[in-house]
Ligand binder design. Sequence first.
Ligand SMILES: [Zn+2]
Length: 358
Amino acid sequence: MLSYKSVNRSCKNTVFFITLFLCLLVFAPAQAESPMEKAKKVKDQIASMRGDLSNAFETHEQGVYKLKKITNRLYTNTEKLKEANIELKKNQNLLGDRINNMYRYGNASILDIIFAARSFNEMLVNVNFIVRISKQDAVIIEKVEKLRKEVKSTQKKLVVDQKYQKNLVITLKEKREYIQNKLAKAKKMLVGLEKEIEELRKPKSLPAPIMNQITPPSTTPDPVNPSGGGKYAFPVGAPYSFGNTWGAPRGGGRRGHKGTDIMASGGTPAYAVISGNVSNTQGGNSGLWQILNGDDGNVYWYMHQSGFAASGRVSTGQVIGYVGNTGNASGGPAHVHFELHPGGGGAVNPYFFLNSIQ
Ligand SMILES: [Zn+2]
C-alpha cells in the first residue's frame, strides 16, 4: 500500500523540480542571443514538455486525492463490517437459545401441546406461548437475515474498493515515474543549452586564415601587388599611418571605436585586402561606405571614402575606392575607417591584422 508519507515526499520532490525547471526557463532564454533558430526550437520543446508536465502533475494530484477518499471509505466499511459481525453473532446466539428451548419440548408440535393441556385455560396459555415464541423467532430470523445481507454487500464493496485502490496505486507510480523521467530529460536539455549558450557568449576567435597572418609574415608582401608572397593586400596605398585605437571613445564617449583609422591624404587609392565581392553604399556617419565580402569568409568595411572605383567581383589588391573624409569625418583629416568582421560576425580589432600585412 502507498503510504501518505511517501506520497507527500514525492509531491514535495515534484514541486521542487518543477520550481527549479521554471527558474531555469526564466533565466535560460535571457542568455540565448545567437542562433535564433536553435533557441526557438529548444524553446518550443521546453514549452511542449511543460504542458506534458503540468498534465501529469495534475493527474498525480487527483490520484492522491482519490486515494485518500478510498482509504477513508475502506476504514469506515471495515468498522461497519466489524459491528455487523458482532450483531450477527449476538442474534445467532439468541436464535440458538430459542431453538434449544423448542427442542426441550421434545420436538412437540402445536397440536401435541394443545392436547396435553389439562384445561382450556392451560391450552390457551400454551397456544399463546407458542405464538409468542414463533413471533420472537421470526423477528430474530429476519434480523439475522438482514445482517447477513448487509455484511455480504459490505464485503463485496470492500473487495471492489481494494481492487480500485490497487490499480490507483499502480497508476500513481507510473505517473510519478513519467514526471521524474520528463524532469530529468528537461534538466539535461537545459544543462546542454546553458553550455551551448556559454560557448556562444565566448568572444569569437579569428578564423584560421587571419590567425595565420597575425604571426609576423616571413616576407613582406607588396601591398599593391600581393603576388609577391602574401595572401592579403594592405587596404590603403602608401604613405599612410595608423595606431591601435580599438575601443577609444567616439561620438562624445557614447560608443567605443570599432575599427582602425588608416590616415592617408584624400584621394589615395584603397585596395581590396583579398579577392571577393564589393558592395557600395552611402549616407549617415559612414559617408561613402564599401563592404568587401572576402573569399576568405571574412567581411571588411571601408568608411569615409571620397569615391568608389569598383563594385561586384574584385581581385586581391585591386583599387576599389579612394580615401576621403565623408560622413561624420567631414571637416577632419582624410582616413579609411577599416573594420574586420571574421566570418561576417561581430567586429574584432583589425590593428594586428593590418600590422601583419604591411
Ligand atoms: Zn574610425
